[in-house]
Write a protein that binds this ligand. Structure first.
Ligand SMILES: [Zn+2]
Length: 310
């Protein structure tokens, strides 16, 4: 038996109704990112969800560079960043307040409410930003929307509704599933369908109807199906949309990969003043830790002095 393809984006189209979609499947990649950070479960769940959403949204856009999904809020999870490059390199991190999180977890338990994926309880009031960075000498595109919804997916739907050019729907899931060795591993999945603009007015009614059907079929998919490691992406698409003529394209691989480098850290340090650097110096050294991948870049005082002169 062939292994089921994993860690990928599977693009597809439902041609008769001019619908374009992405099915994101994340296994070892999302497990590596979330396990490395060793976040408390509610934080890991939320960041894993953000990563799966970022991949789906990134693939739906035409761009070359880096797509970033970022949240900022006044809840226990102060900030989350998930980014993905056109080549499929993914990374992400979250900043959270230990005490606030413990309080939110206790409150959820006391009231019998589920904390999982809850935007109001975990992120609080704030905003969600989507950014496309295509490198130097190009315009950055940024869309910002208030955190308005019970889940991250609902916040993104809110964004779609606000932005008139996009008619799209999505469904996302995350779970920890025992692998062959019985160890629990994170898995995430996301299904996104976008409607292309109407070209032929004569077909509007048929396309409206096809769009509604696709949304119903998408919501009929279960969280289990979205993350099931034994269910191949193409099989899932066929199961959901075969009657409407779904066509799958070549999947794009995804990898857990950071883009940090000593040069980038140097650029950041060079922008700091001598007082800031002095504050960061411990035992004659500054240790800079990448928030995405936890890699540590050490700088001795002599190196810092040399940086300042350049
Ligand atoms: Zn890094």
């Amino acid at each position: 038996m062939h292994p089921v393809p994993d860690d990928l984006v599977q693009p597809f189209q439902i041609d008769p109704f001019r619908l374009r979609g992405q099915l994101v499947r994340l296994g070892p990649v999302v497990d590596e990112i979330l396990t490395r950070h060793d976040y408390p479960e509610p934080v890991a769940e939320l960041l894993g969800t953000a990563i799966a959403l970022a991949v789906a949204l990134a693939r739906a856009l035409k761009y070359e560079g880096v797509f970033t999904l970022q949240t900022k809020g006044d809840g226990p999870v102060r900030m989350m960043v998930a980014d993905v490059t056109t080549a499929g390199a993914i990374r992400g991190y979250a900043q959270f307040d230990q005490e606030k999180l413990a309080r939110a977890m206790a409150a959820a338990q006391a009231s019998g409410n589920d904390l999982q994926g809850s935007v109001p309880r975990l992120l609080g009031a704030g905003y969600l930003a989507l950014t496309v960075d295509q490198g130097e000498h190009t315009d950055r595109y940024q869309g910002i929307v208030e955190l308005n919804g019970a889940t991250l997916a609902q916040c993104i739907h809110h964004y779609f509704r606000q932005s008139e050019q996009v008619e799209a729907g999505l469904k996302v899931a995350i779970a920890r599933i025992p692998d062959a060795d019985g160890a629990k591993r994170w898995r995430a999945g996301c299904l996104m369908i976008e409607r292309l603009p109407i070209e032929d007015e004569m077909k509007r009614d048929a396309e409206d109807e096809g769009w509604r059907r696709a949304m119903i079929l998408m919501s009929s998919s279960t969280s289990q199906e979205l993350v099931d490691p034994r269910l191949a992406p193409q099989v899932l698409l066929y199961r959901l949309f075969h009657e409407d003529g779904v066509r799958a394209y070549k999947p794009r691989p995804l990898a857990a990969q950071c883009r940090c480098s000593r040069e980038r850290v140097e650029t950041v340090l060079r922008a700091l003043g001598p007082d800031d650097l002095a504050d960061m110096t411990v035992d004659g050294k500054v240790l800079v830790t990448c928030e995405f991948c936890s890699k540590v870049y050490p700088f001795a005082e002599a190196e810092l002095a040399a940086l300042a002169e350049r």
